[in-house]
Every structure is written in structure tokens, then in C-alpha cells.
Design a binder for this molecule. Structure first.
Ligand code: PEP
Ligand code: MN
Length: 358
């Protein structure tokens, strides 16, 4: 449920509504909006819906009280029609520009980190990626260099000026990762780790939430809702492929998720064709497809010598491959973006509902 304040509502009236929400044992979340303030009340409303509606409708400065039909509330377009734009250093994600994040799967050494950061920066990447804490299927595989890798990431940022993104695997790591990284990544395996989602919801830096490999779009948005409702509005969604019956590729990249998410939510959406395909030669075509379908960015893995990589070498681009990709992405982004039209209106016209399987 959310309360639309009148365009002439005073600050005192807005504050009175916030206090009344708190007095009901609920949380107010304010969207300042461009014309009028909108306040969502989140928490367990249950049978109080009608009583709450009447109470707030009667308050000074309130124009109307509306329901949010989706189960995700703060992340929905209904509550927050304007796109969320996330600022990291001088990079803006979600403003119509294209943000490319690139780097090795794992920060394997200082040399690999610095060499790769420099190469991807020169080729036009805006964010440097690299795993310090690695979630590996086998306990015998390389697990990442941990805090040592975080220091190399910070050094790579010094060298190139690129903000850095790295994965945080558990609540106890949030403090140290937050100290070094510019964006915190929650990986596919942790998309429904609710204590981690709540913990990253309490930091100020943006969070990139990867889609769980077995998660529906609604489950994914409910996970984003955990982060936003814990106090962090800066969430980036990353489609990295889901598990289907197909076996040739590591995952199946759900391209339709991009425009669907742009309709359902105001959060920026990026695609990761490296983990989605698991194959180097498919990274470029799927990255192009992601940008053509309207993604706000692309994340790809790049390694100076992919054959020697300690993780995900098969899907890592060489420096030459990355330069080729960058040259191809620009024109697709420029030409495709204006063709899409308004994501809210185009989805609404078709009546997007969950569970539309026939
Ligand atoms: C990664 O980006 O390095 C990673 C482990 O990705 P995912 O969580 O999508 O598998
Ligand atoms: Mn990887």
C-alpha cells in the first residue's frame, strides 16, 4: 500500500504520515518523486488493510491511498515509476548509457588483476570485476585469495580509476568487502540467502544481485525487495542464465527477462553472457543480444591467458576478444536503445501477469 501526498503537502504533513505509519508498527519508505511525495508502508498489513486505508485517507495533505498489486513493493514500478539510476564514481547505471563491467573470474594474483584492469580500462570498460571470495562447486577448486585479493582490487582501482565490483558470500564478509569494493555482488548461489540480503541492505554502496540459477523473476525481485526494504535502494539486477533441460551450454540466458524486468521494476538490469553460456565464442553474440534487447550493461570475464585461468577460463575473453566486443557493442547500443519505447507502457498494454503458463 502506498500514500500519494498532494503536490502542495507540507513537510510537516509528510512527517505526520510517516509517524502514523511507524505508530502502526510498519515501515515508511519515501519516494520523493518529481512532482509529489509518495510513501510506501511496508510490513505485515493483513486484515488491517481497510482500517489503514481509511485512517490515512483522512490525514491532512494525503491525496490518495493506493494498493500495490505485485508482491514486491518498493522495487515495483507501481510505487516508483521513475528509473533508478545508480551512481558509482563518475559511472551512472540505468540512465540509458551502457555500462560494461569486465575482469577475471577470480583475482588470482596481483599481476593478473593489474594487467587485466589496465587492458579493460583502455578498451572502454567502466567497472572492473574480480572475485576475491569464490563460490566453487568443488571444495578442492581454487577458493579465491580473500582479503589479499580485495587489496589488489583496490590497487587496480588506483591504477585505472575504475570502480570495482566483487562478490560477498556471507554476512560476516560484508564489512570487509564493503571497505574495499565500490559495488557488492551477491552471486547466483546466494540469491535467496536472506541474512546476506538483509546485511547488504544495511550498507550504503550499491549491490548487484545475480539471478538464482533456479529462480523465477518474481523470486528474484522478492530478493531485491529484501535489500531495498533493509534500507539500500541501489540494487542492480544481473541476468546470468538459468538452468533448463538444455545441456550444450552452462546455463540458458533468459533474454526476455530484460524487457520484462524493465516493465516490472525501476531497477537497472545487466546481462552476464559469460556465466550464461560458459563458452568464450558465445559471449559476444549473447552480449550483443542483451544490449539489443535493452540491457543497461554487460558483465564479462576477461583473462590475459584464459587457458591458464584458475576458474572459468573456458568462458573468459582474451584482451583481443574484449576489444572486439567493445567495438561491436557501441553501435548496437546506440541504435537499439531508442527503438524500445516506454517499458512501462509496452508491458502494461500486454497485461503482464505472473504465472502466465498455458
Ligand atoms: C561470478 O560472477 O564470478 C560468479 C560466480 O557468478 P555467478 O554467481 O553468476 O555464478
Ligand atoms: Mn566466473
Amino acid at each position: 500500500m502506498f500514500i500519494v501526498m498532494s503536490a502542495r503537502a507540507t513537510e510537516a504533513e509528510v512527517n505526520a504520515v510517516r509517524s502514523a505509519i511507524l505508530a502502526e508498527g510498519l515501515q515508511p519508505h519515501v519516494n520523493p518523486g518529481t512532482e509529489r511525495v509518495v510513501i510506501a508502508l511496508v510490513g505485515e498489513i493483513g486484515p488491517r488493510r481497510q482500517a489503514l486505508r481509511s485512517r490515512f485517507e483522512g490525514m491532512a495533505g494525503v491525496e490518495e491511498v493506493k494498493s500495490i498489486s505485485r508482491p514486491f513493493k518498493l522495487t515495483s514500478r507501481e510505487f516508483h515509476p521513475e528509473d533508478t539510476v545508480i551512481h558509482v564514481g563518475d559511472v551512472s547505471i540505468g540512465d540509458g548509457s551502457l555500462t560494461v563491467m569486465a575482469g577475471p573470474c577470480s583475482v588470482e594474483s596481483r599481476e593478473v588483476a593489474l594487467e587485466t584492469a589496465q587492458a579493460v580500462a583502455e578498451a572502454g570498460a567502466r567497472i572492473f570485476r574480480g572475485g576475491a571470495f569464490k563460490p566453487r562447486t568443488s571444495p578442492y577448486s581454487f577458493q579465491g585469495l580473500g582479503v589479499e585479493a580485495l587489496r589488489y582490487l583496490a590497487e587496480a582501482r588506483e591504477l585505472t580509476g575504475l570502480p570495482v565490483i566483487t562478490e560477498v558470500m556471507e554476512p560476516a564478509q560484508v564489512e570487509v568487502v564493503n571497505r574495499y569494493a565500490d559495488i557488492l555482488q551477491v552471486g547466483t548461489r546466494n540469491m535467496q540467502n536472506y541474512s546476506l540480503l538483509t546485511a547488504v541492505g544495511r550498507v550504503e554502496k550499491p549491490v548487484m544481485l545475480k539471478r538464482g540459477f533456479g529462480a523465477t523473476i518474481e523470486e528474484w525481485l522478492m530478493s531485491a525487495e529484501y535489500i531495498v526494504s533493509s534500507g539500500n535502494p541501489n540494487v542492480i539486477l544481473c541476468e546470468r542464465g538459468i538452468r533448463t533441460f538444455e545441456t550444450y551450454l552452462r546455463n540458458t540466458m533468459d533474454l526476455a527477462a530484460v524487457p520484462l524486468l524493465h516493465h516490472l521494476t525501476h531497477l537497472p538490469v545487466i546481462v552476464d553472457p559469460s556465466h550464461a553460456t560458459g563458452k568464450r565464442w558465445l559471449v559476444k553474440p549473447l552480449a550483443l543480444a542483451g544490449v539489443a534487447i535493452g540491457a543497461d550493461g554487460v558483465m564479462v570475464e576477461v583473462h590475459p591467458r584464459p587457458d591458464e585461468a584458475l576458474s572459468d577460463g573456458e568462458q573468459s575473453l582474451t584482451f583481443d576478444g574484449f576489444r572486439e566486443l567493445m567495438a561491436a557493442l557501441g553501435p548496437v547500443h546506440e541504435n537499439a536503445r531508442p527503438l524500445h519505447g516506454d517499458p512501462v507502457l509496452s508491458g502494461a498494454a500486454l497485461g503482464v501477469e505472473s504465472g502466465g503458463r498455458h
